[in-house]
Design a protein around this ligand. Structure first.
Ligand code: COS
Length: 382
């Protein structure tokens, strides 16, 4: 366990008990129904957990990133879909505006987001621009005092429930990453609609959908940062978001581990608990080692960010390691629980489905290795 200070321990305890009491009991229901868990989000907002690392002057809780990572872990342990919504909202939903918006934009949008009155979303991915994020073909054309956006985004987390979207479009098609610009687009803007909602393997209660822009006119004051700065904004935000994904993965793995451990102690075969077999004991030991190692890497990246040091490389490392670990731990938990683990009556099959996305979103683990190698081989500091 990292050495946490009193405040961090208090946050961890508060979120752990809230998540256990209020969120975990409904996780299976939301997984089956795929309904957006508004009651969970409302509860998190009431506790000030929808804008934890956002400065108080912009309506956030002004907490450190380590406290935020602890909270995301606890919420994800109780319900991975809710953890994903909270984490994506806080990082990719709010940070583009907080870090790159002008003062007027920050005052206009951030407080409602940080207090959880509104949900935020981040729209970069397109059907032909996933790992190659610079290949966006959505365009934004200047027209008088506005920009007109045309194109389709896909796999956008929080799409639908979100009210505020950071959208990345090309203002200079043909000039690659240098032609991408960010815009703030509000729900309800004419020409902007939510397209097909994805039916997903895991984190099913989180909303993931297409965004369709059909001559969507956005005023110039909604331009985020400078013209052509959009790709950099997206990359900087994703660096931060990856710490949240690491924390989600640790929470999911911890849940699977606790299920398997409890089961192995009470399940008797050949006249003794299966945990008494070295084959099972060693599996549990390896699961425990991997979870703790991943957690420490998440905390390290969060600590670096809190200290103002470069953290992009470590954020990618913690996301990659924790997500691979989480899938393996969930698989091992199912193996220990045998037929019960495979049954939908028990949570571990859901946890495996939930864990899988952490290897994919906010940049696949293959891309994380590209990102890590780029940091190692270049002069750039994260
Ligand atoms: N911070 C600041 N600037 C960054 C950056 C970062 N983390 N990463 C890249 N940049 C800058 C580079 O410095 C470069 O600018 P200069 O030319 O001024 O130096 C510019 O952005 C382009 O970078 P690069 O040449 O590395 O871009 P590529 O097109 O090769 O793409 C990867 C790089 C693969 C890293 C990028 O496309 C990526 O992260 N893809 C995954 C996208 C993703 O995570 N999607 C999930 C979407 S949200 S669920």
């Amino acid at each position: 366990m990292a050495i946490l200070n009193e405040d961090q321990l208090a946050v961890q305890q508060l979120v752990r008990s809230f998540a256990k009491k209020e969120i975990a009991p409904r996780a299976a229901h939301y997984d089956h129904s795929e309904e957006f868990p508004w009651d969970n989000i409302k509860g998190l907002a009431e506790l000030g957990l929808m804008g934890m690392p956002i400065p108080e002057e912009y309506g956030g809780a002004g907490l450190d990133n380590l406290s935020y990572a602890l909270a995301v872990e606890e919420v994800s342990k109780a319900c991975a879909a809710t953890g994903a919504i909270m984490s994506i909202h806080t990082s990719a939903g709010i940070l583009p505006i907080l870090l790159f918006g002008n003062e007027e934009q920050k005052r206009k949008y951030v407080p409602a987001l940080a207090q959880g009155q509104k949900i935020g979303a981040f729209a970069l991915t397109e059907p032909n621009a996933g790992s190659d994020a610079g290949a966006v073909s959505t365009t934004a054309k200047e027209d008088g005092d506005s920009y007109v956006i045309n194109g389709t985004k896909c796999f956008i987390s929080n799409a639908g429930p979100a009210e505020t979207y950071s959208v990345f479009a090309s203002t200079n098609p043909g000039s690659g990453v240098k032609g991408i610009t960010g815009f703030i687009v509000e729900k309800g803007t004419p020409g902007f609609s939510i397209g097909k909602k994805e039916e997903k393997m895991g984190i099913r209660a989180s909303a993931t959908a297409e965004l369709v822009f059909d001559n969507c006119r956005v005023p110039k004051e909604n331009l985020l940062g400078n013209i052509g700065q959009g790709f950099k904004i997206a990359m900087v935000v994703l660096d931060s978001a990856r710490i949240g994904v690491g924390a989600q993965a640790v929470g999911i793995a911890q849940a699977a581990y606790e299920e398997a451990l409890a089961y192995a102690k009470v399940r008797e075969q050949f006249g003794k608990p299966i945990a008494a077999n070295q084959a099972i004991g060693f599996m549990l030991a390896d699961m425990g080692i991997r979870i703790e190692a991943a957690r420490q890497l998440v905390h390290y990246a969060a600590n670096l960010k809190d200290s103002g040091a470069p953290f992009g490389k470590e954020a990618a490392m913690c996301k990659t390691f924790a997500s691979d670990m989480s899938v393996q731990v969930a698989l091992d938990a199912i193996q220990i629980m045998g037929g019960y683990g495979y049954s939908r009556e028990y949570p571990v099959e859901r946890l495996l489905r939930d864990a899988k996305i952490t290897q994919i979103y906010e940049g696949t683990n293959q891309i994380q290795r590209v990102v890590i190698a780029n940091y190692l081989l270049s002069e750039r500091k994260g």
